[in-house]
Design a protein around this ligand. Structure first.
Ligand SMILES: [Zn+2]
Ligand SMILES: [Zn+2]
Length: 450
């Protein structure tokens, strides 16, 4: 349901499309597959998350700094190619609007892209988007990049006279997606932790004052009070989806360098170096963990994101593990947790690191950093080495692990660490008292209620 300007004002367009790809005789698998958010929702979350991309204050000018009196909000953006691969994820910084950064850094590749912007773009960004012939622009119903009503009208005019559609994006995260992800949380993370984290995120991004004016400002003719309540609750669900990833890391994590012994055992000394930029590492690890939830593999989701540049850091690529794109559901063995066909899927699954390396937006990844939720296997390690990436940050404890076990082996990455070809850091969760109490349900209950 679109009005004449191509705005989408309901959920329909953004509903997951995976059921169309499912094989009809495979009802069980279809059920499995739909317990994740749609790709569009994921791209929008990533755009929003990029608003929080940590910038080293030492060398970067604050944003906005354009010298005029206009105030612009920081905006996160994700550009998706017509092939459905992510071209870029960035945000407003160094005095350059998020959209404009991608335009400059990736010119020549923008035509036909779908653009996910966390906020309705200002007229500068709208004019660049129109001129570069992207196919469609989606933005959340939160406060726009510029609240100046003249700016909003100018942006509307630009879209109106172009074939580029603009749509208010209303997220839709189904309850069962949230329930599934919550079930996988470590025991020490309580529903209370998730709730707190969700409320913080919601407060950061949602303004009740703004939504009152949204009907006129966006403009959004059919936004009545009933719909406002629905939109607010949908946005809250999206914040909860982020909170499920973020809350465990809020308990405190560190990224420490590991070494490898002669017997290829990974060690981590208490006084080992920490990763040089904690804020970047924790931001990118949350990013990677969100990607992991997009996996095709019901057993182990893996997410990977590579950041390039030493001075001007930028997301070069991202990926998750899955079957070849456009594969129908019945075409490959999709082993579940309790099915014994597990080994048969291995030759077909494209690993998160492989997907990331295949679609990167820069050939040269020299000094790039790979943030990945799991230790890279022997298939991936030589490819990572070849790409020029020299630092790998793993989103879990890998200390003490030796041979891989199972179908895949994990020796090569150990050899590279040992030989100093790759520096590797592990993410450690701070030991919380709750963790030790987890074996004492009564005490745990008390802790929760206090
Ligand atoms: Zn702008
Ligand atoms: Zn691998």
């Amino acid at each position: 349901m679109e009005d004449e300007r191509g705005r989408t004002n309901n959920h329909e367009q953004m509903m997951p499309t995976c059921s169309q790809q499912s094989s009809s005789q495979d009802g069980y698998c279809r059920e499995k597959r739909e317990t994740r958010i749609s790709k569009e929702n994921l791209y929008m979350v990533l755009a929003l998350w990029m608003e929080r991309f940590p910038i080293q204050s030492s060398r970067v000018q604050p944003y906005p700094n354009s010298g005029n009196s206009k105030k612009f909000k920081n905006v996160g953006v994700v550009f998706v190619l017509p092939t459905d691969r992510v071209l870029a994820a960035d945000c407003s910084r160094d005095g350059v609007h998020g959209v404009a950064r991608v335009m400059v850094n990736h010119c020549g590749k923008l035509e036909g892209c779908k653009v996910f912007v966390s906020r309705k773009p200002c007229s500068l960004c709208a004019k660049l988007l129109v001129q570069s012939r992207v196919s469609r622009v989606f933005y959340l119903p939160i406060e726009p990049e510029s609240e100046n009503e003249g700016e909003l009208a100018r942006a509307d005019n630009l879209f109106k006279v172009s074939p580029v559609g603009q749509s208010v994006f209303v997220p839709c995260v189904e309850e069962r997606v949230l329930t599934k992800d919550e079930k996988r949380l470590p025991e020490e993370i309580t529903p209370d932790d998730i709730g707190k984290c969700r409320d913080q995120l919601f407060e950061e991004w949602w303004s009740a004052e703004w939504i009152k004016r949204a009907k006129v400002c966006l403009p959004w003719p059919c936004l009545d009070d009933r719909m406002k309540t629905q939109v607010e609750s949908d946005f809250k669900s999206l914040m909860k989806w982020i909170a499920v990833v973020k809350a465990p890391m809020d308990k405190g994590v560190v990224f420490r360098k590991v070494t490898v012994t002669d017997g290829l055992v990974i060690k981590c000394d208490r006084d080992a170096d920490h990763y040089s930029d904690f804020n970047i590492a924790s931001h990118m690890m949350i990013f990677a963990k969100m990607l992991a939830r997009q996996t095709d593999d019901p057993k182990k989701g893996v997410g990977a994101v590579i950041m390039k540049g030493t001075e001007d850091k930028e997301v070069a690529t991202l990926g998750w593990n899955g079957f070849p794109s456009k594969a129908l559901y019945g075409e490959f063995p999709r082993a579940s947790d309790n099915d014994d066909a597990l080994e048969t899927k291995f030759p077909y699954v494209i690993h998160a690191e492989q997907n990331a390396l295949l679609v990167r937006n820069a050939k040269d990844l020299t000094d790039g950093v790979l943030f990945v939720t799991k230790l890279p296997c022997d298939e991936c390690a030589p490819m990572i080495k070849l790409s020029g990436v020299k630092t790998v940050v793993v989103g879990e404890m890998i200390e003490g692990s030796s041979q891989g076990g199972g179908e895949l082996s994990y020796d090569l990455i150990r050899v590279y660490i040992k030989e100093g070809i790759i520096s590797c850091y592990q993410m450690e969760t701070q030991k919380t008292p709750a963790k030790r109490l987890s074996s004492y349900p009564e005490l745990r209950k008390k802790m929760k209620s206090s």
